[in-house]
Design a protein around this ligand. Structure first.
Ligand code: FAD
Ligand code: PYC
Length: 402
């Protein structure tokens, strides 16, 4: 039945690991692959291995609800998230791989007076940062998304923070596109290979132990999202990160009824419609630390009950499937892109519930940090900020309850 698919070239090679690389990246999610890609593209560093314990893109990169936006509050965040959003605009051309970036617009509903004030403030901050957003009234919300019930019952829609060039992309394609480009540059992507130890001598990294043997390197990048604490422990330092599950679900496919993305943070739910017609739905993060990559019944009930108030028509939909991913949460809800106490070892983590949108910009910044020792986009996100009290508070802009 699949004969037309026979004889296709593999998109990336699947080599056995060499004994040594200049640079090893642990984690073949979007951030790890983008880091490798920009190391090659911007700095000509191609003697690189990306080591993945499962399959590439099988972590949060392949489990998220694909919302891309840059409507954050602080200047450092605007820098990296807007860089990232702008890289999404040209990613399909840059990689010659269709990642289906769809700048359909994202709105974050204001359903309390407090949110109205907060989002107006964000719109002003974004204007100063050169990020195009606006605060719109309830009538415009209804115009942009007719299936919303703006009257209530508990929380009438008072307006929304609207970013017209925000949107979605096909999450697997982002990982696959970067993987193919990295492989074409001669990098090795080694799947089904778990890093089990970080080796060092005299305070400097020398390599990793893996389920496929020992591999040496001069530079190591740890880019493993929900497993960051585990890898940091192997490298001998601690991180201010907690790991929790974040869940999502999709409905049966229906005819097109919604061509924007809506986040309703007061009731804890967000929704968009995929190209296949499924309603893609998510809610808040689990309220306790865990490493469980799966969904739970109470989550469906809480999220759908909340969303039905704002989108009454979804009460008649059947839900198809649900899943979960382990997200890495920092206290200020901003990421860490940093050197570590182990020389030659760098970490990119803490993207929590919101790192899909950041993949290209984060990879750009992490590559620059690893190649040159610092990156203007990453400097504010170093680990030092937790010791020095320079928090980058994005608890509201993160948009997902935790
Ligand atoms: P991952 O994709 O998780 O990659 C890390 C990789 O490291 C994994 O493949 C893992 O197997 C590997 N690894 C771990 N330990 C080891 C080891 N010891 N050895 C080798 N490999 C290892 N963000 C948004 O911007 N918009 C959204 O709409 C959005 N929705 C989300 C919805 C859900 C349900 C979830 C779970 C997350 C969501 N996010 C969203 C967050 C986003 O998915 C993540 O921040 C982002 O994908 C993190 O990418 P990553 O490459 O860092 O991690
Ligand atoms: O960061 O925009 C986001 C997001 C939406 C849903 C989960 N994360």
């Amino acid at each position: 039945a699949f004969r037309n698919h026979e004889g296709w070239e593999r998109a990336w090679r699947s080599p056995e690991p060499k004994r040594r690389y200049d640079t090893i990246i642990v984690g073949a999610g979007g951030h790890g692959l983008a880091t490798a890609y920009w190391l090659g593209r911007n700095f000509g560093i191609t003697n690189v291995a990306v080591i993945e314990k499962g399959w590439l893109g099988g972590g949060n990169t392949g489990r998220n609800t694909t919302i891309i936006r840059s409507n954050y509050l602080q200047d450092a965040s605007a820098g990296i998230y807007e860089k990232s959003r702008s890289l999404y605009e040209t990613m399909s051309q840059d990689l010659n791989y269709n990642v289906m970036y769809s700048p359909r617009g994202v709105m974050m509903l204001a359903q309390t007076e407090h949110e109205v004030r907060g989002y107006r403030r964000t719109a002003h901050a974004n204007a100063l940062q050169g990020v195009e957003t606006q605060f719109v009234g309830p009538e415009r919300v209804k115009e942009l998304c007719p299936i919303i019930n703006i009257e209530g019952p508990r929380y009438p829609v008072l307006g929304a923070l609207w970013q017209p060039r925000a949107g979605t992309a096909r999450h697997d394609a982002v990982a696959w596109g970067y993987a193919r480009a990295c492989s074409d540059m001669g990098m090795d992507i080694i799947q089904k290979c778990e890093v089990t130890g970080v080796r060092s001598e005299g305070g400097k990294v020398t390599g990793v132990s893996t389920t496929k043997g020992e591999i040496d390197c001069d530079r190591l990048g740890i880019v493993v999202a929900g497993n960051s604490g585990v890898l940091a422990d192997m490298a001998g330092f601690r991180l201010p990160i907690e790991s929790v599950a974040l869940q999502a679900l999709v409905s049966e496919p229906i005819k097109p009824c919604m061509d924007v993305v809506v986040m309703a943070n007061t009731v804890h739910g967000y929704m968009s419609q995929s190209d296949k017609g499924e309603m893609v739905i998510g809610g808040g993060a689990d309220g306790y630390n865990n490493y469980t990559q799966r969904g739970s019944f109470h989550h469906i009930e809480e999220t759908v009950r909340a969303l039905v108030e704002t989108f009454p028509m979804i009460s008649r939909l059947k839900m198809l499937r649900q899943w979960g991913g382990i997200v890495d949460m920092t206290g200020d809800r901003s990421p860490i892109i940093s050197k570590t106490p182990l020389e030659g070892c760098y970490i990119n983590a803490g993207w929590g519930t919101g790192g899909f949108k950041a993949i290209p910009g984060s990879g750009w910044a992490m590559a620059e940090l690893m190649a040159k020792g610092h990156s203007p986009l990453a400097d504010d996100f170093s680990l030092d900020r937790f010791r020095e009290g320079r928090f980058i508070d994005e608890s509201v802009a993160a948009g997902v309850a935790h």
